[in-house]
Write a protein that binds this ligand. Sequence first.
Ligand code: M6R
Length: 631
Amino acid sequence: MCGIVAVTGYKKALPLLLNGLEKLEYRGYDSAGIAIINSENNCISCEKAEGKLKNLINNINDHNIPGTVGIGHTRWATHGKPVVKNAHPHTDSSGNIAVVQNGIIENFQDLKNKLEEEGIIFNSDTDTEVIPHLIQRELSTLSKLNLENNGSTLLVAVRNVLSDLEGSYALAVLWSGAPTSLVVTRRQAPLIIGLGEGEFICASDTPAIANFTNIILPMEDEEIALLTPLGIEIYDSSNERQYRNPVSLKVSEQIMDKMNFKHYMLKEIYDQPQTAKNWLENYLIKNSDNGQYQINYPFDTKFFESIERIEIIACGTSKHAAMVGSFLLEQFSGIPSNVFFASEFRYSPPPLLPNTLTIGVTQSGETADTIAAMDMEIKRRSSIENEKFKPNLIAITNRKDSSIGRQVSNIIDICAGIEVGVAATKTFFAQLLSFYGLAIKFAQIKGNQSSEEIDKLINELKNLPPLLEDLIEKHNKSSEKLAHDFFNIKDVIFLGRGINYPIALEGALKLKEISYIHAAGYPAGEMKHGPIALLDKKVPVISIASPGEVFDKVISNAQEAKARDAYLIGIAPDCKGTEIFDYLMKVPSSNEWISPLLNILPLQLLSYHIASHRGLDVDQPRNLAKSVTVE
Ligand code: M6R
C-alpha cells in the first residue's frame, strides 16, 4: 500500500529518497513522487510519475535536484485514479508546502467544499490535497501573530490542522519557509524515524531505512515530530514533549535479497523449511526435568486455564491460517473457536461471551481492518466491569514492532523474516505453525487430548524440515511442467474438506492473486450444491485428499467432478483411491492434523509457475498491496 520516505540532514536527499522508495515497492503501488527543498533557491521541486518507480527515475534523470530535505511517496490509489495529478506529494496553491500521506482522510469532502468556497482550486481527486491547503491557511493565520518562519511554526500549523482531520494517516510535510525542517505525524498508521549518519530518515516501513541505519525511534499513535539536521522533537497529542530511547532494528530481518531466484515469491517458498526450523528452535523446547516437549511462547499462559472459547480475527491469507488454527483448537484441543473476517467483525461483532481469548492474526501487523477490529474488541470488553469479560489477547504477527505489537502484549512472533512477495507464502506457513503451538499448549493445559496424540503431533512437527525440502524440490520441477499445460485456463476449482478446506481457499487465493485466473475454493461436499454447475472439461478441479477422517468423502466428491469431464489434479499421497486423479501432485503420507503444512507447498508452487509462465509481475501483482492500511 502507500509508502512514505522523508529525510533531513546533511546528505543529498534525492538518492536517499529513491533508495527508500525502491525498498517500499514490494508493498504495492501505482504511482510515485518526490519533493525536495531545492538548495539553490529554497523552493520546492516536485516530480511525479504514473506506474513504476523507474518512470519517476527516468523523469528525474534529466534534471537532478540539489537539496538535503525531501519527502517521497509510493501511492496505491484510493481516492482518484492512479494518474500523475493524483500522485503524491501534493502542494498548496503557491507550491510552498508539500505533503505526502498514507491512510484516508474520511472528512476530506467537507473540508474540500469549505476550501473551494474560499476560492481554493484543487488539482487532484485525492483526499490528501486538502492538507497542504489547510496548512497554508493555518500558516497565514500564524503569520499574523508574527511567528518566525521556522520549523516550530510549521509544527504548530500542522498540529492545528490535525484537529480538523478525521480518519487514519501518516504524514510528512515540507515548507519552503523552513527549508531544513520536516514535520511528520501519525494516527493509526505506521511511521518510524531512523537515526542515520548525517541524516534523519523517516519511513512508513522499516526496509526503507534499513540500508541507512538500524537505530530507530518508533513514533507512538497521534505523535507529531519536528526533524531538523540538528535533532528531533517529538510531542504527544496534548503537546507534551516526549523523550525516549532509540531502539535497534534487527537489520538481518529487513534486508531484501532475492539470491539467485527469479522472483521473491519463489525464494520465499524455498524459505519454508528454514521457517519450520526457526519455529522448532524458538518455540519447541524440551523440558530437562521430564524430557517432555513444551511450547515456549513468550508470555504467561496461566490465563489459558480460564479460557472457554476463542475468537480469531484476520483478513486474507491470515484468515485462512486462522481457519486451520480454529479447526485445530476445536477438534484437537477441544476449545470452541470461531474465525471472523476483521472487516465484518468491526461492524457486526458477535454478542460478548465470558472467558474468551481474542487472537488477532496479521503478518504485517498493520492491516487496518484487523487493527480496528481488535481495538473495538479491546474497548468493548474493557468497558464491562465483570472480570470474566476482560480482554484476553494474543497477536500472531511477523512484525512485533508494528501496530498490533503495540496494541497487544502477548505476541507470537512468527519469525519468518521479511516477506517481499505480495502473495503471502512463508508467513502463512509460519502462522500455521503458531497455531499448532497454541493447539498443543491448549491440549496440554485443558487435558482434552491424549498425551499420545499430542506427542505424535509434536514428533511430526519435528520431522517437517527435510520433508518440506524434498517436497519443494520435487514440485518445483513438476509444477513448472504442469503450469505449461494450464497457464491459459480461465477458471479453476479447489476442493478440500475438514482441516484442508482452508488450504483449498488459500490455494485459490494464491492463484487469483498472482495469475489473475479466476479460482474458487469450496468444501468438497458443497460442490454438488451449486458450484458443480461450473464444471466441464475446460475447468480443472484441484482436490486435496489427505488420508484420514474425510479421505473417502473427498475422493467421492472428486468422482462427481470427473463425471462432469473436469480434469482432476490431486494433492495427496500415492495411496489407494488416488488413481482417480488425472494428475497426482504427490505429498508424503502424514498424520491428517499435519497435512495442511504439506499440502500448501505444491499449491503455492503451481500458482507461482502459472503466473510466471504468463509473464506476470509475480511479486507485485496488479491492484494489490502487501499491507492494507486503509479500510
Ligand atoms: O498483513 P496481513 O496478514 O494482515 O494481511 C492480510 C491480507 O491482506 C493478506 O493476507 C493478503 O490476502 C495477501 N495478499 C495474501 O497473499
